[in-house]
Ligand binder design. Structure first.
Ligand SMILES: *Cc1c(COP(=O)(O)O)cnc(C)c1O
Length: 471
């Protein structure tokens, strides 16, 4: 026991350590951060001593300095960091979904560091509306009469339901009551918007007559939800949107589709499965459609609401709209991204999400060869490396079971397990995220950016070099 008391007494003094580190960092680091880092290290050590069962080793001054500096470095790093996405999932929700093009990023940066005409009409000199900045573009591209944009698609769904059916009923097919990642469930959102959900049909099949029978005095909306992240196969049937629209018209009930991903290009022309486009949904005659800005659209996080003018006007005037409104950075980058869609080739070329989805496996393989050339001799004998065919995913809840043919660098470390490798790669700067498959750790080149290939090679060489040195 006495031993422990002595050890505790010998722990470094916080104030002295802060003094040394302040000098070391030349007063460039806030003292509060230094203090927290020092306290954290000493507290951890105190716990080690208290829990020690006899083999505790006292730290040298150098050990302590290294500990403090590592703890401080960690605190100085931003919490939101760039990562290298080697998962091959293009619209990876956990890794930030869509990337913006350099051009869109510039538009965003301009809006961030300069005053803008966000709500100022430059023609009249009077107050303007932030929605008018993108409304025309959305309408021209989709064929909608009117549109507005809010924080994300979940907000869009909430706002539309609250505006059009609060206190009333909305009819939805059982097969479409989906849960999107992050616990977004259609039935829960409906509850929050004050809408009573009327489920119709069986899980696998819903017929027009199911909707017809369910319509009552209380029905305000027929809602179709795109089953983004799952597919039903086998004995299934859904009511075509056009039939729902006809029914709605006959009975004087509004029809809405939550499209989820929101695609403006027919991707089946690019060897991808057919997804309904926003234009098709609008031309089928729905009153309102909602979709995400950062899924297949390839823009910033946003929820786009488009449809009939009368309906959109009501939604715009809902006070809830103010709480869900889109910020100027999003608007700037969204406008920039949307403008590409006037020319399909331009969109495919300039919007990173679309470029990554449509790039040929041959080009992906080329990127892999470039990486492999830099690695091959350098990683041996600590890690075997080869270029192998693999499949990527679209992600973002779109085309769930579709496999995009791709190429990956497969790493097979000799001295550490795949799980350790995976964990250590998450600690690199920047972190490298891949996936373990069969006997290897895979880095899919589809989602590794062109300008990351050389950086990644250096990171891998550095990692295995350090591994060897520590052995
Ligand atoms: C993704 C998705 C949402 C939520 O959109 P966010 O932009 O993530 O808020 C809503 N509905 C469907 C069908 C979706 O696929």
């Amino acid at each position: 026991m006495n031993d422990k008391k002595d050890l505790l007494k010998n722990l470094p003094k916080v104030d002295e350590c802060i003094g040394v580190l302040t000098v070391k960092f030349n007063n460039t680091v806030p003292i509060k951060l230094i203090k927290r880092a020092v306290q954290e290290c000493i507290e951890t050590e105190r716990q080690h001593i208290l829990n020690d069962t006899g083999n505790y080793q006292q730290k040298s001054d150098d050990d302590w300095q290294a500990l403090f500096q590592a703890a401080l470095q960690k605190r100085l790093q931003p919490n939101l960091r760039r990562v290298i996405n080697g998962t091959g999932v293009v619209v990876h929700t956990n890794l930030g979904r869509s990337l913006l093009s350099a051009d869109a990023t510039l538009a965003l940066a301009q809006a961030a560091s300069h005053y803008t005409n966000l709500e100022f009409n430059l023609e009249t000199g009077k107050r303007g509306s932030r929605y008018s900045l993108v409304e025309n573009i959305i309408c021209e591209l989709t064929g909608a009469e009117a549109a507005l944009v809010v924080n994300n698609n979940a907000a869009a769904v909430l706002l539309v339901l609250e505006t059009l059916a609060n206190g009333k009923e909305a009819i939805v097919s059982r097969g479409q009551l989906v849960e999107i990642g992050g616990s977004f469930r259609i039935p829960d959102v409906m509850k929050k918007s004050g809408v009573r959900l009327v489920e119709v049909g069986a899980t696998n099949r819903t017929h027009l007559s199911d909707y017809e029978t369910a319509i009552s005095e209380e029905t305000a909306l027929l809602l179709k939800v795109h089953t983004s992240n799952f597919r039903m196969i086998g004995f299934t049937s859904e009511v075509p949107l056009a039939d729902l629209v006809d029914l709605g018209r006959q009975r004087g009930i509004l029809v809405m589709e939550d499209l989820g991903s929101g695609c403006l290009i027919d991707l089946s022309a690019y060897h991808l499965p057919k997804e309904p486009t926003v234009q098709e949904v609008i031309s089928a005659g729905v009153d309102v459609v909602t979709f995400s800005g950062d899924k297949l659209l390839g823009g910033p996080q946003a929820g786009i609401i488009a449809g009939k003018r009368e309906v959109i006007d009501k939604i715009k005037n809902n006070p809830l709209n103010r709480a869900l409104r889109i910020d100027k950075f999003t608007l700037a980058s969204l406008e920039n991204i949307m403008r590409n869609y006037y020319d399909t080739n331009l969109a495919i070329q300039n919007i990173p999400t679309l470029t990554m989805l449509t790039v040929s496996p041959r080009l992906i393989k080329g990127k892999g060869r470039k990486l492999l050339r830099r690695l091959k001799t350098k990683l041996a004998p600590d890690c075997q490396v080869q270029l192998i065919p693999t499949v990527s995913r679209v992600g973002g809840g779109a085309m769930p079971e579709y496999s995009l043919p791709s190429w990956a660098i497969e790493l097979q470390p000799e001295k550490i397990s795949l799980n350790v490798l995976e964990k250590e790669f998450r600690r690199l700067t920047p972190p490298v995220i891949g996936r373990i498959e069969n006997e290897g750790f895979l880095l899919d080149l589809r989602t590794i950016q062109e300008d990351e290939v050389i950086e990644l090679a250096a990171l891998l060489i550095g990692f295995f070099g350090a591994e060897t040195a520590s052995k």
